[in-house]
Design a binder for this molecule. Structure first.
Ligand SMILES: *Cc1c(COP(=O)(O)O)cnc(C)c1O
Length: 388
């Protein structure tokens, strides 16, 4: 059996894979089993922050693997403490809980909001409000948080105590709070899976203010938007808001599984011994990888992300067959006249890997992709869009 046949036979049928096996790569160029090269504008859905098999990242991992690859959370290890310190210094947050994925980072955020409200207001204040069209993960509770019905239908009953409101609808939020008191509000500043859809800046500020007035935790899901992706370390920093809780994962460890939930001053003491835990969370190899990534997301790199973003927007805005371009930094959505999936397939044949999100072609290239490589790939996408 070929590799693809074996995969089809034995792997659960949840992914509709392209008929391509990726075998190796370097930076933003990957190779398939036939030696064909692709410019990678997907970076494993925003995970390989500094590209494939990056040298600095590899060294950080191999050095840590040679020391200790895993220890239970019963003991101290260096990389997770260093990483937590770096994340708190970059954000002003006070505490970090490490897990293994975006969904788990959000689960932790939700538990913090529930316990914060329980400790202060008792058992009836537990509702978590999210936005329509959001995406917060695939576990049953983060599916419940996800404001898209079509993810829910087949898996009822979901975790109770979740509801979602339309972007801009503070009235709905007030109404919910009056009927079923709210413990936390969880939002993405730019909805990724929802179609690279930026949330209105004034609404983000109003939500933060509303949360402060009502002593409700303001929580930002930075799983996709975080760790340099938008040209700031976290996307919320573009809006002058101060979240109480931040969840992140995807690009944090540059390609190893790591989730983090950052907790601000207000809720820093909510989690006590035994309230939460994870066997693999804070794994020293994943954390050493993340230290090497976070170290390099400095002001020069962020300025570079913004610069490259500008070049992509300029190349695509108003181009033939392109209805609109959305997003921020190196999280970019292109709405083509043609179906997005058609464009993605076509440019793959021409040596470019990119993603879709709803009706958009979605780009999440490595943060350090050379501008020349990026623009070469964007030109190929532009030509495919123009072919209407
Ligand atoms: C990908 C994503 C998640 C889920 O992350 P996993 O690591 O797949 O669990 C949650 N929230 C957002 C915004 C995401 O983009």
């Amino acid at each position: 059996m070929s590799l693809q046949e074996t995969d089809k036979k034995y792997i659960a049928n949840t992914y509709n894979r392209f008929p391509v096996s990726i075998v190796s790569g370097k930076g933003s160029v990957v190779k398939d089993e036939n030696g064909k090269e692709y410019i990678d504008l997907g970076s494993g859905i925003g995970v390989t922050s500094f590209g494939i098999a990056d040298d600095v990242w590899q060294t950080a991992i191999t050095e840590q693997i040679a020391k200790v690859q895993h220890m239970s959370n019963l003991y101290y290890t260096e990389p997770c403490a260093r990483l937590a310190e770096m994340l708190c210094e970059k954000t002003g947050m006070k505490k970090v809980f490490f897990s293994n994925s975006g969904a788990e980072a959000n689960e932790c955020a939700i538990k913090i909001a529930r316990k914060y409200a329980f400790d202060k207001y008792g058992k009836d204040r537990y509702t978590i409000v999210t936005l329509k069209n959001s995406f917060h993960g695939r576990t049953l509770t983060t599916l419940s948080a996800t404001g898209q019905e079509h993810y829910h239908e087949l898996f009822n009953p979901l975790t109770p105590g979740f509801t979602s409101v339309d972007m801009g609808d503070l009235d709905a939020l007030n109404k919910i709070h009056a009927e079923t008191p709210v413990a936390g509000v969880l939002i993405e500043c730019i909805q990724g899976e929802g179609g690279v859809l930026p949330i209105d800046a004034d609404f983000i500020k109003s939500l933060n203010a509303w949360c402060n007035e009502n002593d409700v935790l303001f929580m930002v899901d930075e799983v996709q938007t975080g760790n340099g992706r938008t040209g700031e370390f976290y996307a919320y920093m573009n809006y002058g808001v101060t979240p109480d809780v931040v969840s992140t994962a995807k690009g944090l460890a540059g390609g190893l599984p790591l989730g983090a939930t950052l907790i601000g001053e207000k809720a820093q003491s909510v989690l006590g011994f035994g309230d939460h835990g994870s066997t693999f969370g804070g794994n020293p190899v994943c954390c050493a990888a993340a230290v090497s990534i976070v170290k390099r997301i400095d002001s020069a790199l962020l300025a570079d992300v913004k610069e490259k973003s500008k070049a992509v927007f300029e190349a695509l805005q108003g181009a033939k067959g392109v209805e609109s371009v959305s997003g921020m930094g190196l999280m970019i959505g292109i709405k083509p006249v043609r179906p997005a999936a058609e464009i993605v397939k076509e440019v793959m044949d021409k040596g470019v890997l990119c993603l879709t999100a709803k009706d958009k072609v979605r780009l999440l290239p490595a943060l350090n992709i050379p501008q020349e490589t990026l623009l070469k790939a964007v030109e190929i996408i532009k030509n495919a869009c123009a072919n209407v």
